[in-house]
Design a protein around this ligand. Structure first.
Ligand code: SF4
Length: 277
């Protein structure tokens, strides 16, 4: 089935997941689907790698393969991510523009009162918290490096660059990988709540897999050079189709590979909540 085709109801005949799952083991309980959870053994890893490649291909077919437009400015990207939290894309862009209008350099922002930064980004919500976080990051950078630069990240191995970023106040593994992906084009795979949900429902990771392990395991399964498109398209898929409640399994382009969705359409799985919540 191509990604452009709608999957429709559960496929008839031999179960589609037999093709990518050489064995089945119940990992969660009797009411939940079989597992191809990655990172357990070589057989599981091989099956998961095949599954993930097909998921990426189907999502590219459904939403289009995405190209990364790098800005080469990791500190700008980091501040932009902070401004986007619990905020719409349009509003966070407006906040960033207003912040840069009032404080053309990050040195200007560091020298400003936190209340003035808060005022510049007020329309995006959580303005006080975000203003304090931005100031704390700028202060941390200046104290540790003597300048407000993150450009040296591009020279570091990926794991070292992630470690450097998570030393900044309020920066976790997802945000660190987003900065590396969007600003510098690193071939990393940040996982947000949508991607965690999809990966769990597809059986790629077990429920409650720790964040750092999930980033490593799922990122390693995605073909090289495809992680940006996979990230953007999985977020889109989680927002529009594989929603926390009432996922649209009957029209999902991944139904062929999703035992969870197939069980759900057969009323064998109840989805009334987000498994990450
Ligand atoms: S749970 Fe449903 S919507 Fe989500 S990936 Fe599976 S089939 Fe698609």
């Amino acid at each position: 089935m191509s990604g452009r085709q709608r999957a429709g109801r559960r496929p008839s005949g031999p179960r589609a997941w037999d093709e990518v799952a050489p064995s089945e083991t119940s990992r969660i309980g009797p009411a939940l689907p079989p597992s191809r959870t990655a990172g357990e053994d070589e057989t599981g890893d091989a099956a998961a790698r095949t599954l993930v490649r097909r998921v990426v291909e189907n999502l590219d077919g459904e939403y289009g393969a995405k190209r990364n437009r790098l800005n080469g400015k990791p500190l700008d990207t980091l501040v932009g991510i902070i401004l986007s939290q619990q905020n719409s894309s349009a509003s966070s862009h407006a906040c960033f523009s207003e912040l840069k209008r009032r404080f053309p350099t990050w040195e200007d922002a560091l020298a400003a009162d936190v209340g003035d930064i808060e005022d510049a980004i007020r329309r995006g919500g959580l303005a006080r918290i975000k203003a304090e976080r931005i100031k704390a990051i700028l202060r941390n950078l200046l104290d540790r490096h003597g300048s407000l630069e993150l450009a040296g990240l591009a020279e570091l191995p990926t794991d070292d660059a992630v470690a450097e970023l998570v030393r900044l106040p309020g920066v976790g593994p997802k945000t660190a990988r987003c900065v590396l992906l969007f600003a510098l084009g690193a071939d990393v795979f940040p996982m947000d709540v949508h991607i965690f949900r999809i990966a769990e429902r597809l059986g790629i990771i077990a429920p409650k897999t720790p964040d750092e392990r999930a980033h490593r395991v799922v990122g390693a399964l995605i073909p090289d050079g495809r992680r940006y498109s996979a990230h953007v398209n999985m977020v889109e898929h989680g927002r529009t189709t594989c929603r926390p409640t009432a996922p649209k399994c009957d029209t999902c382009c991944l139904l062929e590979y999703c035992v969870f969705g197939q069980y759900r359409l057969d009323d064998l799985v109840d989805v009334t909540h987000d498994p990450r919540s």
